[in-house]
Design a protein around this ligand. Sequence first.
Ligand code: F6P
Length: 359
Amino acid sequence: MSKERIGVLTSGGDCPGLNAVLRGVARASHKYGWELIGFKDGFEGMLPPGDFVVLDRVNTAGIMHLGGTMIGTTNRGHFVAKVGEGNVVQVDPQVINKAKETVEKLGLKAVIVIGGDGSMSTAMQLSEAGIPVVGVPKTIDNDLEATAMTFGFDSAVACVADALDRLHTTATSHKRVMILEVMGRHAGWIALHGGLAGGADVILIPEIPYDVDKVIEVIKDRDKTGAKCTMIVIAEGAAPKDGKQLRHAVASGEYRLGGVGEILGQEIGRRVDKEVRACVLGHLQRGGAPTTLDRILGTRFGVKAAQLIAEGKFGHMVSYQNYLTESVPIEQAVHRLRLVSPNCQMVETARAVEISFGD
Ligand code: F6P
């Protein structure tokens, strides 16, 4: 009798820990006696005749510590289900039927979709069309309500802390104001955790609109106390209280965030007699080796996804709750962003160690 087969794909922006998930799925599949195929470049690989590679214990060995995804990914293409302000769009039914055709032709018992909120919207539509799907949440932004944590976040935070450590030396040597712009889209988690870990003096996040006057006050007060520098972390989605997020439209109807650090730097430079420099951390936060935490979380998510298939829990997404891998129906997981609450304990802790949020 031929082996049962399952599929896996990685979709949306890459993120440290994706390869750990793939390795975890491959090893668990071996235990269940399943053959595993990995669709290339996200959902696009599901278009007939199917573009995939067989994943086994041999070719997924030695990949856990590598960033990116060994089977490729995309946040463009035929299966995009969210555009612009997070508006949900229906994937073309013909495209969904084609994906279904591929699943049937390849005789797949189920497909594991590893992706963020947009990819889960697509996964839900595939599931509604009768494709057995299991989701694995992924994003460095850590902004999904349905899971206490996503892999990739810890690696991004480690990158921010490391960048702050490096910037600190120049900042103190030259007595400068240093601004570090970090990712996170509409959520301030990366800025908050990275800023706390890297000893920032000011953290500006989308959830707490900032007042430039307050930021300048912090710089001046620190100067008076003899502090050698002021370290500011600003999330790409942060905005002044009387202004808007800085967005750059892209052809697909999408927009990118970024550039707010430089603008803040120019304003501070005009009003304070100090040298100011801004640095954009950008995609460095998404690359490189995952931290140990993300390797472990990725492995646990991969193993749990295979377990959900074994239990026939299709249409569910892996979720991390109270230190355990659990699952939630995908429809309850999508379109629910978890933002930083301005009164949460992390913000209070940051304020207690004299971090200003510019408010
Ligand atoms: O969602 C992850 C993320 O890295 C965001 O923090 C960032 O705004 C966005 O993706 C960047 O996307 P892209 O790689 O398409 O520019």
